[in-house]
Design a protein. Structure first.
Length: 221
């Protein structure tokens, strides 16, 4: 697609760039039949080869008002509700996204300069339910099934993995190397940023000691 017709004027595309628009095999077949008929008509009327795919009798693009009038006549004969000719563009994008086409592909087909524009208008047509995309991160057969998995999946609607301690979790040497059981901090007192634990009194222990001293003074009184 290299040019566009707007208000009867031939102009560059909206983004001022040429782009390739994919066609289905069925549409390509119909366009080839149309070109064959067009060439035959051009020879009969002595028009010469037209630079347009759908020229009028003067060899120019059809007026959009006439195209819309014919479109609505066909729409009514087909028993379809009212919608604009331009709405077919939205139908094109919505059907592709609903079928799982990548947003970047649809954006390029529509001629949007940024996929964010496509996402803003068509995000609701992107399938988001019924597919656990996170499962593709695990290779097939990497996680063995466990007893009762099928019933749990049916009950909660998602895959549940068994909870257990990792192998070697109770080995002091493993704990020294990997840190705490949650792997969120180190057990090495030398590099603990708050200082060695045995040099840092517990806040709870200090509270109990202060409470004990207060109770002792009260008892003596």
């Amino acid at each position: 697609m290299e040019r566009a017709v707007s208000l009867g004027q031939i102009k560059p595309t909206k983004t001022a760039e040429a782009r390739v628009v994919d066609l289905t095999p069925g549409l390509v077949h119909e366009l080839r039949r149309h070109l064959a008929r067009l060439k035959e008509e051009e020879l009969q009327r002595g028009w010469g080869e037209s630079e347009w795919l759908f020229p009028n009798e003067a060899g120019h693009p059809y007026d959009i008002k006439k195209v819309e009038r014919v479109f609505h006549q066909v729409r009514k004969r087909a028993g379809l509700p009212h919608f604009r000719l331009y709405d077919l563009r939205h139908t094109f994008a919505s059907l592709l996204l609903a079928a799982g086409a990548p947003i970047t592909y649809v954006s390029a087909q529509l001629g949007h300069a940024n996929p964010a524009t496509t996402l803003r208008y068509y995000a609701r047509w992107i399938p988001s339910r019924g597919q656990r995309w996170v499962d593709v991160l695990d290779p097939e057969g990497a996680v063995p099934p466990f007893a009762g998995e099928a019933s749990l999946v049916a009950e909660v609607g998602t895959k549940v993995e068994p909870i257990g301690r990792p192998a070697g979790a109770d080995d002091p040497e493993v704990a020294r190397k990997i840190g705490s059981p949650g792997r969120t901090r180190t057990c090495d007192l030398v590099i603990n940023r708050r200082g060695p634990v045995h040099h840092r009194p517990s806040r709870l222990s200090a509270h109990f000691r202060a409470t004990a001293r207060s109770s002792s003074r009260f008892a003596h009184q």
